[in-house]
Structure formats: structure tokens, C-alpha cells
Ligand binder design. Structure first.
Ligand SMILES: [Zn+2]
Ligand SMILES: [Zn+2]
Length: 111
């Protein structure tokens, strides 16, 4: 579970950052393997894909429900406690299994 261990150290990581961590730790894995493991971890519910907008897939260990704040200036991603919103009813929606909330704005360091 090297990939999971790496996620455990780093908060929100892209596949490339996981690759770098594994390389720095002396346990490099081929890029395709890292992608496959991340996907498998996500399918198993051990890791989650962080909703961070287009272009960059970030993974984190599934640590219970939380929301995210993304700084539009420095790209920092923070965990925020979940407000546990209730999805509005819609006739075409049978069941909501995941709610992804990302707040965007400016972090304290950039303000
Ligand atoms: Zn910032
Ligand atoms: Zn998070």
C-alpha cells in the first residue's frame, strides 16, 4: 500500500506528486501503475478524487465528509468541515451518494 501511505502524508496530491513522493522515497513505480492504484483505491473507497475543477485530478485518503476551499490565487486547497447540505428533490434523481462542495476565493496568505 505504498500509494496509500503516500496519500496519508500529503493531504491532496496529484498522480504526478504521488510519483515524485515514491521516487524520493526510493520506491519508484511506473506512471501507469500509480494511476491504476489510485483508481483502484478510489473505487474501493479508500481514496477520493478531490473535486478541484478541470485540468488537475487530486486524490486524498477518504477521511469522512468534508468540503474544500480552493484559493484562486495560489491554488492552495484546504479542508473545511462539511455543512451537510441536503440536495433538492428532483424527479429524475433517485439517490444522491456524494456531494462535492468547493468554495473558491482568496486564502488568508494571499489576501
Ligand atoms: Zn492563496
Ligand atoms: Zn480534502
Amino acid at each position: 500500500m505504498l500509494v496509500a501511505d503516500t496519500l496519508d502524508t500529503g493531504g491532496h496530491l496529484s498522480a504526478d506528486q504521488v510519483l515524485e513522493h515514491l521516487h524520493a522515497a526510493g520506491t519508484p513505480l511506473p506512471r501507469a501503475s500509480v494511476y491504476n492504484v489510485l483508481e483502484a483505491l478510489a473505487r474501493a473507497g479508500i481514496a477520493s478524487l478531490v473535486p478541484h475543477g478541470p485540468g488537475r485530478a487530486l486524490y486524498e485518503l477518504s477521511t469522512g465528509d468534508h468540503d474544500h476551499f480552493a484559493c484562486t490565487s495560489c491554488d492552495t486547497l484546504l479542508d473545511l468541515p462539511s455543512r451537510r447540505i441536503r440536495p433538492p428533490a428532483h424527479p429524475d434523481v433517485a439517490d444522491v451518494t456524494q456531494i462535492a462542495v468547493v468554495y473558491r476565493g482568496v486564502c488568508a496568505a494571499c489576501a
